[in-house]
Write a protein that binds this ligand. Structure first.
Ligand code: MG
Ligand code: MG
Length: 255
């Protein structure tokens, strides 16, 4: 577990603020008819215009700058010529590197008018992220986060994906520790310390928690093809509690 100095956290904040601004712009483009490849193109252009590098492009061979996952797709969807349709929900996950420091964030956005279940899944998943973040404090164990996420998801009749987890972040996109979104008995459960920076990212399913990998060998899909939502923030552990680096700052969406 690599701890960051306050100066280093400030550098990560600078990366994170650019990422938040990319989200604010991309949100405005989400509408029926737009393709996921078009969204990815804008995302990559904005990242590079800001002098940053997309973290995901080429990562283990991933072919795009954003992971864009529609409806039953949980995460790691590959942008394509698929046009978004009225009633879809679209999860957009973006990472970028600035000055050697990564930021990672995701949100799920409704396309046009969505079903009540889809709207509720999006709200509850965003609340799960907020509750997980609220559990962050130096001296507490990592498991405090997942316990809160799982409690809220279950209370609303939804399930938590267990095969993918949050992570430490810094000079590398994925660092120790792993951050499960559920009460986990098999992963290390270190104590959070000041200077730890985490990507908290609950993936919440309307139906079963089970997921499968699609034939493209990237896209993770719910086993029952029901909806899934995903929200993520990069968060630093400080003496005063969590500092959300990728906060959107406009008081909406992924807060
Ligand atoms: Mg991410
Ligand atoms: Mg992540």
């Amino acid at each position: 577990m690599e701890l960051k100095s306050t100066d280093q956290v400030d550098k990560m904040q600078a990366s994170a603020e650019i990422l938040a601004s990319v989200f604010l712009e991309v949100r405005k483009l989400v509408a029926p008819g737009v393709t996921t490849a078009e969204l990815d193109e804008v995302i990559e252009a904005r990242i590079r215009e800001a002098g940053c590098i997309p973290s995901f492009k080429g990562y283990h061979g991933f072919p795009a700058s954003a992971c864009i996952s529609v409806n039953e797709e949980v995460v790691h969807g590959i942008p394509s010529s698929r046009a978004l349709a009225d009633g879809d929900i679209v999860g957009i996950d973006i990472g970028l590197i600035r000055d050697g420091w990564h930021a990672d964030s995701a949100e799920t956005i409704p396309v046009g008018r969505v079903s009540d279940e889809a709207a509720r899944l999006i709200d509850v998943t965003c609340e799960c992220l907020a509750r997980g973040i609220a559990a962050i404090a130096p001296g507490r164990r990592i498991s405090a986060i997942g316990i809160e996420v799982e409690k809220h998801a279950r209370a609303n009749g939804f399930s938590v994906v267990e095969s993918l987890v949050g992570h430490g972040i810094g000079r590398n996109l994925h660092e120790d520790p792993q951050v499960p979104n559920f009460r986990c008995y098999t992963m290390p459960d270190p104590v959070m310390e000041v200077g730890l920076v985490l990507a908290i990212e609950p993936m919440i399913n309307a139906g079963t928690k089970r997921v499968i990998t699609a034939r493209d060998e990237w896209t993770i899909v719910t086993a029952d093809r029901r909806l899934s939502a995903h929200f993520e923030h990069t968060v630093a552990v400080t003496a005063d509690g969590p500092r959300i680096l990728t906060r959107r700052g406009d008081g909406t969406g992924a807060f």
